[in-house]
Design a protein around this ligand. Structure first.
Ligand SMILES: CC(C)(COP(=O)(O)OP(=O)(O)OC[C@H]1O[C@@H](n2cnc3c(N)ncnc32)[C@H](O)[C@@H]1OP(=O)(O)O)[C@@H](O)C(=O)NCCC(=O)NCCS
Length: 175
């Protein structure tokens, strides 16, 4: 069975993915979560997998950002909004979309590593796919100014070599 996979402009494809993201993270449920108040960046690109039943089955957002790690400006990729529609789970969609997102970042030759943020129940999912915890501190922007970001745990993936620790300033909103 062939799988329809696309990498699209983030803003242009927002309306297409909105129903999936609303279904996976309903606004009422998000408001009660520890990260419900966080203002997130918009994805630069999006990987979409169409469900054979119709609509979008899986989404991975891709971000590009020049961050500061221990005082050094470094261009990195970001991954966020990894979501598979409930009726499409355990078909390998998230693994395929994540892999396509990693390859898309890798094709951007300036990116040194990839960074994502996740909750404890997904640590194993990413660790079995080659991601490792970043044990340092993360800072980012929010509407009220610069904050230490502790709402979710950072994980890194090597393109060249990702740091395991230190201080990262995302130089903008988190993803
Ligand atoms: C996490 C999620 C994206 C996985 O999507 P999926 O398309 O079902 O993933 P895949 O089919 O590629 O992979 C499923 C495999 O990962 C495993 N897996 C799924 N979620 C896992 C988790 N939280 N921890 C460990 N393993 C996990 C499954 O056991 C399965 O393994 P198997 O192939 O050996 O059976 C999906 O469950 C989801 O949308 N969850 C809600 C939103 C979310 O938490 N997103 C992550 C944000 S960081």
């Amino acid at each position: 069975m062939s799988i329809e996979i696309e990498v699209l402009n983030g803003d242009a494809s927002w309306k297409t993915v909105e129903p999936l993201l609303q279904a996976v993270w309903p606004s009422e449920a998000i408001a009660k979560l520890p990260w419900g108040h966080v203002k997130w960046a918009h994805a630069d690109l999006r990987v979409l997998i169409d469900a054979p039943e119709g609509g979008v089955g899986c989404h991975v957002g891709i971000y590009f950002r020049t961050i500061i790690w221990n005082g050094h400006r470094i261009h990195v990729g970001g991954i966020g909004g990894v979501a598979t529609r409930e009726d499409c789970r355990r078909r390998g969609y998230a693994s395929i979309a994540l892999n396509a997102a990693v390859e898309t970042v890798r094709a951007n030759e300036a990116a040194r590593f990839i960074l994502l943020f996740c909750e404890p129940h997904n640590f194993a999912f990413y660790q079995t796919r080659g991601w490792r915890p970043f044990t340092g501190d993360i800072y980012c922007e929010q509407p009220n100014g610069r904050i230490r970001f502790e709402a979710m745990a950072p994980f890194v993936f090597d393109i060249k070599r990702a740091p395991d620790t230190g201080t990262i300033d995302l130089c903008g909103l988190p993803w």
